[in-house]
Design a protein around this ligand. Structure first.
Ligand code: ATP
Ligand code: MG
Length: 235
């Protein structure tokens, strides 16, 4: 088999995997629920060994679920449909409500330039990357710490729009920083290590880039640079 055909076969398998995983996990969840009911009927639901196994199984299932999600995201960023849109509007209308619901124990401080920040990018992929960077900022901060989000024209006058996410959390340990954008590199117990890999791939394919600066013990700043849609992007 030639290299191209070989790669296609791997991609075909990878495309099947999220669906197979989802079906498997749904089946497993139903079986566990039934087992719970059965044990409850016999007053055995509080059995410690069973509780521990369920908790371990739950963590494994959560990781597999996120792995399936990450694989699905890889296919989102393979089929990009760039269009001009106002990044400030996307932040206000999609990202701020998502953050308030998903991370209700953290406060998000948002600042934006007054004029529209029109960029040329795939909207769904943009949302995914912003969610990854914001979720990392939350995971790296202690409970109810403030995370900052801003959108502005890049300072050196290029026609790029930059979204900045800053946290004042733990910072990224040196050994993780070295391999930050590689797939499956995670410093967190339940992390899959795909968020920043997907973000880097997406930003690259969009004609932009992602930069991360971090100081252990002080916090982290992530910057996502998007190409402006012609002169309309100047804000
Ligand atoms: N803001 C941050 N503060 C502290 N550590 C961070 C921050 N952002 C990233 N990291 C470190 O970089 C690692 C890689 O991040 P990445 O988003 O790629 O994976 P993940 O969050 O572990 O898993 P996933 O995003 O796939 O669920 C994290 O596990 C964490 O160790
Ligand atoms: Mg992440």
């Amino acid at each position: 088999m030639g290299e191209k055909a070989h790669n296609e076969t791997i991609l075909d398998i990878a495309r099947l995997l999220p669906h197979t995983l989802k079906n498997f996990l749904t089946g497993l969840r139903l079986s566990i629920d039934e087992l719970h009911d059965l044990l409850a009927e016999h007053n055995l639901q509080d059995h410690t060994d069973f509780q521990v196994s369920c908790s371990e199984l739950g963590k494994g299932m959560e990781r597999l679920n996120r792995l399936g999600g990450a694989l699905r995201e890889l296919f989102v960023i393979e089929e990009l449909a760039p269009e001009p849109f106002d990044l400030g509007e996307l932040l206000r209308e999609q990202i701020l409500p998502w953050f308030a619901e998903k991370h209700s124990d953290h406060f998000l401080e948002y600042t934006a330039g007054s004029a529209p920040a029109t960029v040329l990018a795939d909207k769904r992929g943009t949302e995914l990357c912003l969610q990854h960077v914001l979720s990392n900022a939350v995971a790296g901060s202690s409970g109810n710490a403030t995370v900052s989000l801003s959108v502005a024209a890049e300072e050196n006058g290029t026609s790029r729009v930059v979204v900045t996410v800053t946290d004042r959390g733990s910072g990224i340990p040196g050994h993780i920083q070295e391999r930050l954008f590689q797939p499956f590199v995670s410093g967190w117990p339940n992390g899959v290590g795909m968020g920043l890999f997907v973000t880097k791939e997406f930003m690259h394919r969009t004609g932009g880039e992602v930069q991360i600066e971090s100081e252990p013990g002080k916090g982290t700043t992530a910057r996502l640079f998007f190409p402006a849609d012609g002169d309309a992007g100047k804000i």
